[in-house]
Design a protein around this ligand. Structure first.
Ligand code: NAD
Ligand code: TYD
Length: 352
């Protein structure tokens, strides 16, 4: 038996998860890949149309908050490893409804940990629980400095507090019960299939529609951006070669102030849409700031670089250009996810 035999990936219908599922299904034909997802507003099986009939792929529509259902699944399928991405993932939604974040991100993670421990406890060797986390658990940086794996946790939003808590539970299961685990904390991802509530796809959608671009506060907040496929490649590497009980920070070495990023996005989109230079920048609108808005995130990714040889493969300009092309070529996808409940979310979030 090996950890590669039956790999459970949670949240595989979401943005990052769908790229991870595709990579694993294609990369490991001798492994069974199980994609467990509750299909919340953020989950979309359209993201996986190209691999849905693969022999080594199974989709399981289950909510990780349902402890009995999760226990039954572990009994039935006897997964040999877990890569856990399912989560409520948007900071603004966590400000409006923190309870959903505690339920899914903390209780849901605990359910998975409990079931994995129960199934594997006779012999933990050849098993792995891999938790996908975020750099936001470290809180905020000032103008200088980087988050390392040794930076203390200091979360500021209900989202990051719930992810920090789930990381603590993963480590606690490692220390208390001997559950083999790794955790990675990644910076902001962007790329195809991201739900248009996060900065880049929201603004791409608004530029297409010539709607205002709502920049929070003065726009001088900084994020470190990583192309989603580079994150998926890092996850594969950590799954294969990461050491038990280790944390790996993953980042793009790519810091942008929001306002500069938005201007670059406007320039690239004007060129691709055949609009006159400067046209989309006129849509920029400064709006009320996000409460508890973290000033700056930036990752020191030297550990994964030195130990596992990983580095981003795509420059930001290339990644952004590919991302815009994907949204322009997949207008139907964008239309489907922005119909219905999205309109209501948008009105509530961006009402003054
Ligand atoms: P996403 O919101 O696009 O996808 C989340 C997926 O989880 C969806 O398919 C959703 O249906 C599923 N899900 C939500 N609640 C569930 C539940 N109770 N049971 C089962 N499935 C459920 O998120 P994403 O951006 O792809 O992020 C994936 C993971 O990576 C999250 O754990 C997030 O914290 C982490 N992460 C994200 C980023 C980022 O920039 N997006 C950066 C670092 C880490
Ligand atoms: P987001 O994509 O929500 O990711 P996170 O909050 O997890 O970093 O936001 C990225 C940055 O963009 C963040 O500083 C908030 C800002 N932002 C806006 O200015 N306007 C928006 O409409 C959104 C969604 C985000």
């Amino acid at each position: 038996m090996s950890k590669f035999d039956k790999i459970l990936i949670t949240g595989g219908a979401g943005f990052i998860g769908s790229h991870v599922v595709r990579l694993f299904v294609n990369q490991y034909p001798n492994s069974q890949i199980y994609n467990l997802d509750a299909l919340t507003y953020a989950g979309n099986l359209e993201n996986l149309k190209d691999i849905e009939n693969s022999e080594n792929y199974t989709f399981l529509k289950v909510d990780i908050c349902d402890r009995d259902a999760i226990n039954q699944l572990f009994d039935e399928y006897r997964f040999t490893s877990v890569i856990h991405l399912a989560a409520e993932s948007h900071v603004d939604r966590s400000i409006t409804n923190p309870f959903a974040f505690v339920e899914t991100n903390i209780m849901g993670t605990l359910n998975l940990l409990h079931s994995a421990k129960s199934l594997w406890q006779d012999d933990f060797s050849n098993h792995l629980f891999y938790h996908i986390s975020t750099d936001e658990v470290y809180g905020t940086l000032g103008e200088t400095g980087l988050f390392t794996e040794e930076t203390s946790y200091d979360p500021n939003s209900p989202y990051s507090a719930s992810k920090a808590s789930s990381d603590h539970f993963v480590r606690a299961f490692g220390e208390t019960y001997g559950l083999p685990y790794v955790i990675s904390n990644c910076s902001n991802n962007y790329g195809p299939n991201q739900f248009p509530e996060k900065l880049i796809p929201l603004f791409i959608n608004n530029i297409i529609k010539k709607k205002p671009l709502p920049v929070y506060g003065d726009g001088n907040y900084t994020r470190d951006w990583l192309y989603v496929l580079d994150h998926a490649i890092a996850i594969d590497l950590i799954f294969k070669e990461g050491k038990n009980k280790q944390t790996y920070n993953i980042g793009g070495f790519n810091e942008w102030k929001n306002i500069d990023l938005v201007k670059l996005l406007c320039q690239q989109m004007d060129a691709k849409l055949g609009r006159k230079a400067g046209e989309s920048e006129e849509l920029i609108t400064f709006v009320k700031d996000r409460p508890g808005h973290d000033l700056r995130y930036a990752i020191d990714a030297s550990k994964i670089n030195k130990e596992l040889g990983w580095k981003p493969s795509v420059t930001f300009e290339e990644g952004l250009s590919k991302t815009i092309d994907w949204y322009l070529e997949n207008k139907e996808w964008l239309k489907n996810v922005t119909s219905g409940a999205y309109q209501k979310y948008y009105e509530n979030q961006y009402a003054n």
